[in-house]
Design a protein around this ligand. Structure first.
Ligand SMILES: [Zn+2]
Length: 83
């Protein structure tokens, strides 16, 4: 599987670390459902918005959709947005 980093280009998946669903970016406010945010994960069969860390490349935190059945990926973008 190859992923395309917006900064480095197409790279082997082994250069990236899967972080989890992009819902991790939406940390709840104090008093919110912190336990659910920290411990409950989605596991859909189909498209999932995910976070990837390009740890063997530029170190950027990236966001993109991947189909969990076919592993087809959409282009990754910087998780924090363009700077
Ligand atoms: Zn990169």
């Amino acid at each position: 599987m190859r992923l395309t980093c917006p900064l480095c280009g197409a790279r082997d998946r082994r250069e990236f670390t899967w972080i989890g669903a992009a819902s991790l970016l939406g940390r709840p406010a104090p008093g919110g459902d912190f336990v659910g945010w920290a411990h409950l994960r989605e596991n859909p069969a189909g498209p999932l918005d995910e976070l990837w860390l390009h740890n063997a490349g530029c170190g950027a935190l990236l966001r993109g959709a991947r189909d969990t059945v076919t592993h087809a990926t959409a282009p990754l973008t910087l998780a924090g947005g363009a700077r």
